[in-house]
Design a protein around this ligand. Structure first.
Ligand code: PXP
Length: 236
């Protein structure tokens, strides 16, 4: 199982003071050295953290895999075509949200998503859809033409250990198996941390985790190298 590190919140810290540090690119390089097999960032419509300049530097410098999360808009598609990341992850986006709040509603947007995905793929970019653990939505991802999905673990991660959380975990397991049977590569992420990752790591169909906040929060205390190594060890 691989770890991709989402470095958005290094940029959040920088923007808190409209400063020029910390540079997310430095964190990305250190995360790679510590064992991350991919770097993820989210360019939002409001540019609240990651900006085009970050994408350009990341594209040039990182040696693993650059995965850019973005909304399925014309503006974002043009950015993707210019930067040429290894992966584009399509996510829903609302300006008022603190973080991505759920998976993309692929069923309602199927007509728009099909051609959008095709254009990115034609440019050699692998496309992923961030999707809730909902079998119908996962079927729609397959119809929309992606080979990769990221299952939203947010609902599971928000719950305390107990029956409800177990149910949410079972939904993730079923969704992973279902997606795998459809021939999709399965990644997972959102809200995962050094404790709640344990049962999710046991799901054999999941090949990669995308984790940001918990690693960055821990890196404020122990440094990015240690924070990434600890998570790599838990996942491995
Ligand atoms: N996956 C997606 C699609 C996301 O939008 C985010 C948050 O930017 C993550 C994973 C990482 O979530 P967290 O920061 O809670 O680890």
């Amino acid at each position: 199982m691989r770890l991709s590190v989402n470095i958005d919140h290094f940029a959040t810290l920088r923007e808190a003071r409209l400063s020029n540090e910390p540079e997310p690119i430095l964190a990305a390089l250190l995360a790679e050295q510590a064992g991350a097999e991919g770097i993820v960032c989210h360019i939002r419509g409001d540019r609240r953290h990651i900006k085009e300049r970050d994408l350009q530097m990341l594209r040039q410098a990182i040696k693993t895999k650059l995965n850019i999360e973005m909304a399925a808009t014309e503006e974002m598609k043009n950015i993707a075509l210019e930067i040429n990341p290894d992966v584009v992850s399509l996510v829903p986006e609302r300006e008022e949200e603190l973080t991505t709040e759920g998976g993309l509603d692929v069923i309602s947007n199927e007509r728009h998503l099909g051609p959008h995905i095709k254009e990115l793929q034609k440019a050699g970019i692998k496309v992923s859809i961030f999707v809730d653990p909902d079998l119908k939505q996962i079927n729609a991802c397959s119809r929309a033409g992606v080979n990769l999905i990221e299952i939203n673990t947010g609902k599971y991660a928000d719950l305390k250990p107990g029956e409800e959380r177990q149910k949410a975990l079972e939904e993730i397991k079923k969704a992973a198996l279902h997606g795998h049977k459809l021939g999709l590569e399965i990644h997972a992420g959102h809200g995962l941390d050094y404790k709640n990752i344990f049962p999710v790591v046991e799901i054999p169909e999941i090949t990669e985790f995308s984790i940001g906040f918990s690693i960055i929060a821990r890196s404020a205390i122990v440094g990015i190298d240690m924070a990434v190594r600890e998570m790599v060890n838990l996942i491995g």
